[in-house]
Design a protein around this ligand. Sequence first.
Ligand code: ARG
Length: 457
Amino acid sequence: MDKLWAGDLHKALDKNADDFNSSIHVDSRMYSQDIRGSMAHATMLGAMGIISQKDADAIIDGLGDILDDLDAGKLEIDQEAEDIHTFIENELTSRIGESGKRLHTARSRNDQVATDLRLYLRDESGEIIQLISKVLEAIIDQAQEHKTTIMPGYTHLQRAQPVSFAHHILAYAMMLTRDITRIKDCVKRMNHNPLGSCALAGTTYNTDRYMTARSLGFNGITMNSMDGVSDRDFCIELLSAMATVMMHLSRFSEELILWSSWEFKFVELDDSFTTGSSIMPQKKNPDIAELVRGKTGRVYGDLVTMLTMLKGLPLAYNKDMQEDKEAVFDAIDTVKMCLTVFAPMIRTMKVLPENMLKAAGHGFINATDLADYLTKKGMPFRTAYKITGDLVAWCTHEGITLNQVPMEKYKELSDLFQEDIYEKIDLAYCTSSRISQGGPSPASIDRQIDYVMDFIL
Ligand code: ARG
């Protein structure tokens, strides 16, 4: 296929060098954004009298037909083309002739690719947000079911204090709501039009970049043409947001993996999200959760790829920047795949409240509540803490829980203990009475669910 740049070069590119240079296998997925950008550009060129209205119309119609044919699978993208921009421009010219050759007036592939990428990432960001919202929905459904399902809350992976299962998983929902806002923030900054920056130094034609910005749904234009073609910080921001999404999913996955182990057995993942072993018939492996955890590393890698690729580049465009797409596309594909399987995995997961309660019963997770009981009756917290500590040691020795300590023993330690102590250290009571804002009480769970609901699309 003809190169767009054959101007002053006398030899064809070496075959391997040509393959090496080509990005069509990566950037062809931006064909619709490329065509949208070109249509906006041609419309502007026509409106500003830079090309004739007749040429502009022919270009726009031709591009429309190419888009339809590509969408319908009637036109195959030539993998020999250097990149998607080359392919579409050559295809246009072969269809409409001379007018097609006027499309690239007052434009360069440098501002073209910067535009395509912004449009593409803007579209994909919307899809990622949709998928996160599906995970939020699944979490909310489980939380609704398990507002009063008691489980041990952990610190240092040691049983610490009682919480509800709803409270625990809503923590992840909160993280994901921030991920949504982070992505929306990236899009805000990303959504400026670089088209018309041309190769690096703008153009002598009387273009109107605000016109193309409006028709492409940009919020404004990039204010410096050299920045417009060489900045990729919008990719870095989005990659960082995606790496954070993955980090959240990975932590959640780690818990699902632990919870579905025989040691915990707090949940059972649905058969449709687990695999068996080819040799051990008893196995039910949380492969999907493990893969999400595993794929987190590659998204971090994509972020580092982009940061490293850019760090030494002089202004403006350098071919190194062609590497931007592979990294950011890989991250997008990975995040989308992970979110897609995550939502139904959460939704179909069977929660096992009896096992959670059993675990909550052993581990003295109501010890703080016992100390608080004494403190509320006037004892200084430190003293109450000490008494409780001694009692826990005694219980451990006796092999019983705080709820099984006889009244005489309590009285021996402090007169402040009365019959109501048993009710006050009951795990259900301990959880529901944690009425602090943002705590695990059912009223707080309702408020949390309401908060998350606002992010559901
Ligand atoms: N395929 C190129 C890229 O993705 C398009 C821009 C080419 N520009 C150039 N000056 N060679 O970066």
